[in-house]
Design a protein around this ligand. Structure first.
Ligand code: NAI
Length: 461
């Protein structure tokens, strides 16, 4: 597609979650937009992240349900995993969403530009020798899979999540380096598909950013699922063996497997894009902004994974909407980073919003914080699904709930109410008045609030 260049209200570099959300909101506000990307519209989340991984996780759930169907009195045999079929299903989901997104972008206020852009002036992005000038510029160039010094990703035995999404077979065994979100999600998928999995995590626990009790419950569930993990020891090196790889941990312990997935975080894509030359401040590659996402240079803003904080698509969406409204003079409310919901789609699922108990105690004082755990064992729908876990509430005494943490099957679906509770600063006594449908898993959240308000129903006080 050849564009003549031109002048726009906003030039956006990067058409992933942050960039395309900014474009759509700006167009609604009657601003003209040039949306530039060297790859596909939709970015990492749609093509190489959230969507395809969640399709794999759903296929994994179907495999587990089939394998374990007899506990529900249903007889079925799991004959095998046809990766070509799984990938066709996954690619079909991505393809339909991609088509829908392309349709949304076909509007007079948005000019899509295909090509690698570079910031060449404070108001100009150059693509293939053509200049796109913006009264405002939004940087939204996203992130890439990080590796470690000395760890060479070859895409065959040592993979990033991008490679792992394209595997045409189920590996017989896998080492997952990093027990964060990507690590536990892929470990969960591969185990469900029949692989022997070992997670290596340098920190003392899996999903270390979550509340400590959540980590413990996930670890217990993973042990039960026979997912191996070694925590508290950093990884030292990986070597190729005849049939795969051998990883060595600090202290000398080794683990062998067919493949190794590197899941040690994602770095910001900000190199060689002209950002520093135009005076933008980078910190370890991340673009520094104020709370209104302005870089302090010209009319340049930044959104999404290049801005320090949670690297989540829905944060990118909200930041994109925020900046479009800011540019349109609508003075939107600053986004509370703690109010952004977080979901890890492993089996069991983890969902949380707000502060962990430890963070709340740091912030408000240990004697000013109360927490309450409602065990899913008392929840009818969770019993029906045969899942274990809990809902944990963290409240400031005589004040609102400042943290909601959940672990168990399908807990991701409860995070919607949890984020309203956090962001509306609800008191337990207020939520306890509201009715939760029976029997739903959502009721577990209601029960936790009843208990915290001093009137438990299906729980002891
Ligand atoms: P992460 O930051 O969640 O986890 C990386 C893990 O690797 C950390 O626990 C870290 O301690 C560990 N690690 C680092 N160096 C190590 C070493 N030398 N040896 C052993 N362990 C080491 O990053 P991850 O999982 O790669 O995900 C990247 C980003 O993508 C995250 O920000 C995440 O939020 C996002 N994402 C979100 C998903 C979701 O919302 N469901 C799904 C997948 C990714």
């Amino acid at each position: 597609m050849s564009q003549p260049g031109g002048t726009f209200d906003i030039v956006i570099l990067g058409a992933g979650s942050g960039g395309y959300a900014a474009a759509l909101r700006a167009a609604e506000l009657n601003l003209s937009v040039a949306l530039i990307d060297k790859a596909e519209l939709g970015g990492t989340c749609l093509h190489r992240g959230c969507i395809p991984t969640k399709a794999l996780l759903h296929a994994a759930e179907v495999a587990d349900q089939t394998r374990e169907s007899e506990q529900f009195g249903v007889k079925a045999d799991l004959v095998g995993i046809d990766m070509a079929g799984v990938n066709a299903y996954k690619d079909g989901v991505v393809g339909r969403l991609y088509k829908g997104l392309q349709g949304l972008m076909k509007q007079p206020n948005i000019t899509l530009v295909q090509g690698a852009g570079k910031l060449v002036a404070q108001d100009t992005v150059e693509v293939d020798g053509k200049k796109y000038t913006g009264r405002n510029v939004i940087l939204a160039t996203g992130s890439y899979s990080r590796s470690l010094p000395g760890l060479e990703v070859d895409g065959k035995r040592v993979l990033t999540s991008e490679h792992a999404l394209k595997l045409d077979r189920v590996p017989s065994s896998a080492i997952v380096l990093g027990g964060g979100v990507i690590g536990v999600e892929f470990a969960s998928v591969w185990k469900s598909f029949g692989a022997d999995v070992t997670i290596l995590e340098a920190l003392p626990r899996l999903v270390a950013a979550e509340d400590e009790e959540i980590s413990k419950t996930l670890e217990r569930a993973f042990r039960k699922r026979k997912i191996n993990f070694k925590v508290g020891k950093p990884f030292e090196k990986v070597e190729h063996t005849e049939n795969g790889v051998k990883a060595t941990l600090a202290g000398g312990e080794t683990v062998e497997a067919e493949i190794l997935l590197v899941a040690v975080g994602r770095g910001p894509t900000t190199k060689d894009l002209g950002y520093e030359q135009q005076g933008i401040t980078l910190d370890r590659g991340f673009v520094i902004t104020n709370e209104r996402l302005h870089t302090g240079v010209g009319n340049i803003y930044a959104v999404g994974d290049i801005v320090p904080g949670l690297q989540l698509a829905h944060r990118g969406f909200q930041q994109g909407i925020f900046v479009a409204e800011e540019i349109a003079g609508k003075n939107p409310a600053v986004i509370d980073e703690n109010g952004i919901p977080r979901v890890t789609y492993s089996d069991p699922e983890i969902a949380s919003v707000g502060l962990t108990e430890a963070r709340a105690k740091e912030q408000y004082g240990a004697d000013k914080v109360t927490s309450y755990n409602y065990n899913l064992g008392g929840n009818g729908k969770s019993q029906i699904l045969k899942t274990a876990g809990f809902v944990k509430l963290v409240r400031v005494n005589d004040g609102p709930v400042v943290g909601v943490h959940m672990v168990g099957a399908r807990m991701g679906e409860l995070v919607g109410e949890a984020q309203l509770i956090y962001n509306w600063e609800a008191f337990p006594e207020e939520v306890a008045q509201l009715v939760h449908a029976h029997p739903t898993q959502n009721e577990a959240l209601g029960e936790a609030f009843l208990a915290l308000a001093g009137k438990p129903l299906h729980a002891h006080s």
